[in-house]
Design a protein around this ligand. Structure first.
Ligand SMILES: C[S@@+](CC[C@H](N)C(=O)[O-])C[C@H]1O[C@@H](n2cnc3c(N)ncnc32)[C@H](O)[C@@H]1O
Length: 541
């Protein structure tokens, strides 16, 4: 498969692995409503934030939506990743500008996107998919990069979204009315879209001209280009006309016997004259529960950019509406993505959250069907995150709660979100564990870096166990901060015969992290133990 190369590629393809793990800290004052709802709004650069979230959510996210800078030359995005490469370091801190001034604009964009797309893939569940908004500036590069990271075979579609419905006569060349939404699955053999609820327009196509007691129907062709098992035969219409066979080059869809059976059941429509070419009746009551999503999404169904701005202005007070500069997406667009790609309990991740449209769409979907979907939204700009994203989500939550309280029809909608900020890295520059890191923080990190899976739910603090979990029959133990109750320096953190005897029993192989080990090599071998020393043998990134 041909692959794309660009300035800085070598330095970034593994960058997501080098980014240090940080901690996230919740700010209760900025959070809202029920903290147990599982929704998160994270303020910070998404590469760092994603790395911090990975130990908790790896392989658990069903739907990722991102709307990154399109690299039009008119946005003010800055490439600022801490990549140790000469050619990249000179880009840092400069606004990525117009083509004429900035010949490396595409290189910078690719360097920014590659590690983020790579780490996002680690969040997807096996039946998950990622949806990426983009336009013609970078779609070709995005597709190449996605083929490399997600695999060409997992490409699903490039959806066309009609973002604008009136022609711009001032356009220099053609008036551009669409964006793309590029979709890749983690595994195309597994991922399947949900059907879209039938719209009234779709239902109106079903009529009942013959008052069939089975209700409204629409009709389909009885002939096809494929022979199936049916063939070519003549048919006598109830009105007396004989049709010598299907149209030229085609075949009847059904055998003669099947045809007669359908006609007897009044499933064949011969037209009002009873002499037309036969058509098969398809009853609304019998068609699939919904419609298969297609690749062109019209603004009437999923909204447009104007609608998106209005929605934002209805939820956030701006001093001057010109400051709605982030190009929000309409909630209906996100509702469509959520409808086709999530279940009622899915996690939806948006790491370029902007004004929080994804968060609002998740809340709206839950309000509509009583679901318990959770969102994780990440926004880098503190000003946007605190004053726009958070405010919008607050307004929406308050509105929904009020509406359900007043309606008396459904259960009160009581949700919320935690507002988190990035804290310090788990390890300091000398490789030592940061003094404020707790047992729970480090245990989560150790379990994930050891097994690649999020740590299983741990018992309440009082009963914290040194056995963190078992994956593929390998048990992971963690001796840290006097976990066995001995608070003396190093007490319980050193693997001795006594400590081993106190550990919860696991008959299979064991990985034990501790500050030291007094057991000999042959004893470790006999007990099936791999010992790893804290902090040196904990993976730092
Ligand atoms: C086009 S906007 C997204 C708009 C969003 N879909 C909405 O409906 O409001 C892109 C957002 O990504 C944010 N962003 C850019 N780089 C980021 C990064 N490295 N980490 C987190 N957010 C970032 C920008 O601040 C901006 O708010």
């Amino acid at each position: 498969m041909p692959t794309l190369d660009w300035i800085g590629k070598k330095a970034v393809v593994n960058h997501h692995r080098e980014v240090p793990y940080r901690l996230l800290r919740c700010d209760e004052k900025l959070s809202m409503g029920d903290p147990g709802s599982g929704n998160l709004l994270v303020e910070g650069d998404n590469l760092l934030a994603l790395k911090a979230l990975l130990p908790y959510y790896a392989g658990q996210v069903k739907c990722i939506y991102i709307d990154p800078p399109y690299n039009t030359g008119n946005e003010n995005w800055i490439y600022n990743d801490n990549v140790n490469s000469f050619e990249i370091r000179k880009w840092l801190g400069h606004v990525v500008g117009k083509e004429a001034e900035d010949l490396s604009r595409d290189d910078k964009w690719l360097c920014m996107m590659y590690p983020r797309l790579a780490v996002l893939r680690e969040f997807l569940s096996e039946d998950g998919a990622i949806f990426i908004s983009i336009d013609d500036n970078e779609i070709h590069n995005l597709r190449s990069m996605m083929n490399e990271i997600y695999g060409k075979k997992n490409f699903i579609a490039s959806i066309i979204w009609q973002k604008i419905f009136s022609t711009k006569n001032t356009a220099r060349h053609l008036s551009e009315s669409h964006d793309y939404i590029v979709v890749y699955s983690k595994n195309a053999n597994i991922w399947r879209p949900n059907l879209i609820e039938r719209s009234d327009v779709a239902n109106k196509r079903y009529k009942n001209p013959d008052n069939d007691p089975r209700g409204p129907w629409t009709s389909g062709d009885c002939s096809a280009r494929n022979p199936y098992n049916a063939g070519i035969y003549s048919i006598k219409c109830p009105g007396g006309r004989t049709i010598s066979g299907p149209p030229k080059g085609m075949y009847w869809r059904f055998s003669k016997e099947k045809f007669e059976e359908l006609d007897k059941d009044k499933r064949i429509w011969w037209g009002k004259s009873n002499n037309n070419v036969p058509r098969l009746k398809r009853f609304l009551s019998e068609v699939k529960e919904g419609v298969t999503p297609d690749t062109i999404w019209f603004h009437k169904e999923v909204g447009n950019t104007q609608e998106a701005k209005k929605e934002l202005l209805a939820t956030v007070q701006f001093d001057n509406s010109a400051s709605v500069f982030i190009s929000p997406k309409p909630t209906r667009l996100l509702r469509r993505i959520i409808e086709i790609s999530t279940n009622k309990d899915s996690i939806i991740l948006d790491s370029f959250a902007g004004t929080g449209t994804t968060g609002q769409a998740v809340l709206a979907a839950n309000e509509a069907d009583g679901g318990k979907r959770r969102f994780i939204c990440i926004e880098m700009e503190s000003d946007i995150c605190q004053n726009i994203t958070k405010t919008r989500l607050n307004t929406v939550l308050t509105e929904y709660k009020k509406r359900t309280e007043n309606s008396g029809e459904h259960k009160i909608f009581d949700s919320g979100f935690r507002y988190c900020k990035l804290a310090y890295p788990i390890f300091d520059k000398t490789g030592q564990i940061h003094s404020e890191v707790t047992f729970a923080d480090l245990a989560t990190h150790v379990f994930f870096t050891e097994t690649g899976e999020p740590i299983p739910k741990q018992p309440k603090k009082k009963e914290t166990s040194p056995l963190l979990g078992i994956v593929n029959d390998v048990a992971v133990y963690f001796l840290f901060n006097g976990i066995l109750g001995d608070k003396r320096a190093n007490g319980g953190n050193i693997l001795t015969s006594k400590v081993l005897a106190e550990l919860p029993v696991h008959k299979g192989p064991k990985v034990i992290y501790g500050e030291g080990c007094r057991l000999g090599i042959s004893r470790l071998k006999r007990e099936g133990i791999i010992f790893k020393q804290i902090p040196y043998q904990i993976s730092v990134s």
